[in-house]
Ligand binder design. Structure first.
Ligand SMILES: NC(=O)c1ccc[n+]([C@@H]2O[C@H](COP(=O)([O-])OP(=O)(O)OC[C@H]3O[C@@H](n4cnc5c(N)ncnc54)[C@H](OP(=O)(O)O)[C@@H]3O)[C@@H](O)[C@H]2O)c1
Length: 366
């Protein structure tokens, strides 16, 4: 089965990953038509323009996954039920600091509303659900691509709500495939960064010398990937034969960067700037999570407001480094014919793009 000739229904197409997945699906198969669920139709023309010429084959339908029936009109619902054969679900609240109850509204209830809606669709052949590798939460060691040993501890509400959504998909009775990307840090191995996320914000904090400590060990794997790898994989495999009920880690896996080596390479790259080097900012000390929590508490009690804000923002993300894990990528590698790019191969170019974006000239032009 391929997406050829299909009508695809995509959620999250105005987002970073969804837009690229949709563009690639349309470019791969010239007879694919798509419906995109869009919360604010006034913002759709800008998103459609990013799709280029293939955007002409997309019909935007107004809706919100947080509402039962996705808030679709009766007409849109009837058309989708008649026509859609592949559903690609990417819509999510990706804010790590969101309280669990709020994250669930989009990520868990949103997935439930989607499943309820599509259960009765006449042409439906496949649901491709985009999850995250970090549904593994605080688990350590090798993480398999299946549902695996249940985890009961997560770093943030995003991870937990995405885990819960996966469970709904697994028990839906539909023909599903689950994709679990790790963190996307740049658009391609060329290194351009068009979506700033928690990794970039943490790097900025360390670049400013505002965080003396971080959890983790020298060997903690840092698993990050590029958008072209993730979106290319989802677009190619969403409707693929043989993947019914499969879970694929779209991760660097064994190509992850050990934290110590990553920090050394990062500091070496920054130190080439004489101005930064003169400031004598040390590499952050690596500690266990308990010590890091004490550090956080001391900042809360004695630090200034800026440090408190910085440390709070990191607390939704960096503790993941204290749960070192290696994502198994056997199923993804077999389906794609090879592994994701090794992190070390694109990390320096990603850093160079960030440095350009942070430079005083870029700031003045922005
Ligand atoms: N980026 C990564 O590093 C990464 C890594 C692993 C997994 N993922 C997964 O990949 C998917 C896409 O992530 P992303 O980085 O592209 O996120 P993003 O840029 O924040 O985009 C999120 C998308 O979801 C839509 N959305 C949010 N709430 C919605 C709602 N209530 N109803 C309908 N649509 C809603 C947004 O629409 P609006 O434009 O209206 O806000 C947007 O299109 C997510 O499922 C995420 O968990 C991403």
């Amino acid at each position: 089965m391929s997406a050829r000739g299909s009508t695809v229904f995509v959620t999250g197409a105005t987002g970073y990953v969804g837009g690229d997945v949709l563009r690639r699906m349309l470019e791969r198969d010239h007879d694919v038509h798509a419906y995109a669920l869009v919360r604010d139709l006034e913002r759709w023309p800008a998103a459609a323009a990013r799709l280029g010429a293939v955007g002409a084959r997309v019909t935007a339908v107004a809706g919100d996954v947080a509402q039962p029936g996705l808030g679709l009109t009766g007409d849109a619902r009837a058309r989708l039920a008649e026509e859609a054969s592949v559903v690609v679900h990417l819509a999510a609240d990706t804010t790590f600091s969101r309280p669990l109850a709020e994250a669930r509204q989009t990520n868990l209830d949103g997935t439930r509303h989607l499943l309820d809606l599509i259960a009765g669709w006449h042409q439906l052949r496949r649901l491709a659900h985009v999850s995250t590798a970090f549904v593994a939460g605080c688990r350590t060691g090798a993480v398999p691509e299946d549902a695996g040993r249940p985890t009961t501890d997560w770093v943030n509400g995003y991870e937990q709500s995405k885990h819960e959504a996966e469970s709904l998909v697994r028990s839906s009775g539909l023909d599903w495939v689950i994709f679990r990307p790790s963190t996307i840090v740049c658009d391609s191995p060329v290194g351009a960064v068009s979506q700033v996320n928690a990794v970039h914000r943490a790097l900025r904090v360390y670049h400013h010398g505002l965080a003396a400590m971080m959890p983790g060990t020298e060997s903690s794997p840092v698993d990050v990937v590029t958008l072209d790898y993730v979106a290319g994989a989802v677009a190619r495999l969403a409707a693929s034969d043989g993947l019914r009920g499969a879970t694929l880690h779209l991760c660097a896996g064994r190509g992850a960067y050990p934290l110590g080596a990553l920090l050394d390479a990062t500091y070496a790259a920054w130190a080439r700037d004489a101005g930064w080097s003169r400031r004598g900012i040390p590499r952050p000390a690596l500690t266990d999570l308990a010590t890091y929590r004490l550090f956080e508490r001391s900042i809360e009690e004695t630090g200034d407001e800026r440090l408190r804000r910085v440390t709070r923002s990191l607390s939704h993300f960096v503790p993941q480094l204290a749960a070192p894990k290696t994502f198994d990528t056997t199923t993804a590698d077999a389906a794609l014919g090879g592994p994701a790019p090794v992190v070390e191969s694109f990390w320096p170019r990603m850093l160079a793009s960030l440095a350009d974006a942070w430079s005083p000239t870029a700031r003045a032009a922005a």
